[in-house]
Design a binder for this molecule. Sequence first.
Ligand SMILES: Cc1ncc(COP(=O)(O)O)c(C=O)c1O
Length: 412
Amino acid sequence: MNRAPEGQGGGGGAAKPESRPFAAATRLLYAGRDPSEQHGFVNTPIYRGSTVLYPNAEDFLQRKARFTYGTKGSPTTESLETAWTEMTGAAGTVLVPSGLAAIWIALMSCLKAGDHLLVTDSVYRPTRNFCDSIFKRFGVETSYYDPLIGADIAKLFKPNTRAVFTEAPGSLSFEMQDIPAIANVAHARDILVLMDNTWATPLFFSAHAMGVDISIEAGTKYLSGASDLLLGLVSANERCWKDLRATFDTMAPCAGPEDVFLALRGLRSMRVRLLHQQQAGLAVARWLSGRPEVARVLHPALESDPGHAIWKRDFTGASSLFSIVLKPMPDTAMHAFINALTLFGIGASWGGFESLAIPFDCKPFRTATTWNPGGPCVRIHIGLEDVGDLTADLERGFAAMRQTAGYAADGV
Ligand SMILES: Cc1ncc(COP(=O)(O)O)c(C=O)c1O
């Protein structure tokens, strides 16, 4: 079936009263896609273009056309924007060339010189770099807060506080934030709430329904699913949409059409991949929590995690990115563990079909909280490999770890 009834896909809208609304799994396949506009072809193709031609001078002067210029959008970008807007329940979406670009355009759309911004101390580090360098130079003051602060964030509000930036969970340290509690007190003071929702995606966390005004997704991760594209998506509610779109139109940081096309393909299978990766991630996380070399597994979907209650209350699923804290041991032993793995690549980013493992330490850049987990840390991304193969590989890593000089000296 490739003809979703009106109001049940394609252009979105409410379901007809007599028909049962489609489930999210089905809507994901139809959102933003209209084969009748593409000569019957299933997927909206790649439209490459700068110039759009107008039939006459009058229409050109009024920009009277569905698409007015390459930077403002094409049928390809419109497809993904429409799909994302429908999935997130937002008023609108813009597409930009990377997840980091999504972060800065979201911030620039709602803050100005003289404003104060609160950012979680667990934030993706380049967000912090942007705030501490360019935003500072432009006169926006940023202060960092404890990710576990919840409603007490109200105590940090100043007369000029304009926005709170959240990320749940933090993509290295995995603290879970109480987004509804933060949104509640922020909105009472007319303060906006922004969120980097890349970890859960709109499939597992309905950011706007939970009180987030502007939600950010690095499409580079699970939307791609193959580590082969760079993309950022920013969705905004009614309150913030006009300013977000105006900022985008003024600055034109537009995403490349090939990347948008690939993201549209990824979107259709994203739910299936995420459901599989959620289970595989949890299976590996549980296996790791039983290992003698591991002190703690930082994964909010594990019952033992301090953020589990919030995750269970607010999220409908978990992605496959988490961290482990090793028992005290020399960094060389942790490196030997990572270096011995054959199925886990060593590299930044995540969300692809391949598993990854990287060392990290949040201590040097935390400012509002102290990062002292008690042992070396490794972030793990679980891809689509067989779980038994992955645990066998990790077993190999632990064997290499145990052979490192000084391994036992640190008390394992
Ligand atoms: C949580 C989070 N947000 C945003 C980004 C930025 O995405 P991109 O690499 O597309 O700039 C990343 C990238 O690793 C990330 O982990």
